[in-house]
Design a protein around this ligand. Structure first.
Ligand code: FES
Length: 140
């Protein structure tokens, strides 16, 4: 198993809830790229998905008020209303019915919800200012 990256504590997401996280993933080219994920919880189990709707690739939580139903049974994409199971990520109604959110591997380790199977950038690897040449103002 690859490196574990702690995303949150298991107590931060209640049963029937979901949270979105914005990370930086190292692509196969070696470049860091923004990567949006969702962690959902059903009972004591946690599930991870890329936060990209299979319909048009948009983030599901564009409309946070409609993102989760009151009973915590499904996620709703804020763009065209596709609805997904919290645990399987399968779209059961909507324009991408039958398709699934892309799963990511979640491991719960001693109360930490972690993801693995990817390489994330260290924070200083995506600092915009890094690598920028220092500007020196000189006067002749
Ligand atoms: S982009 Fe999600 S339903 Fe259209």
């Amino acid at each position: 198993m690859g490196e574990l990256y702690v995303i949150c504590q298991n107590g931060e997401i209640d049963d029937g809830q979901a949270s979105g996280f914005s990370l930086m993933r190292i692509e196969s080219t070696g470049e860091p790229k923004p990567w949006h994920i969702l962690i959902t919880r059903k009972g004591n189990q946690f599930f991870g998905f890329e936060n990209a709707c299979p319909h048009m690739g948009e983030r599901l939580d564009a409309n946070p008020g409609e993102f989760l139903d009151e009973e915590g049974n499904f996620l709703t994409c804020g763009h065209h209303g596709a609805q997904f199971d919290l645990d399987t990520g399968e779209c059961f109604i909507g324009p991408c019915q039958g398709k699934k959110l892309t799963p990511i591997t979640i491991v719960v380790d001693d109360g930490d919800v972690c993801l693995t199977g990817v390489e994330l950038a260290e924070e200083d690897e995506f600092d915009d200012s890094e690598g920028a040449p220092e500007v020196m103002i000189t006067s002749d």
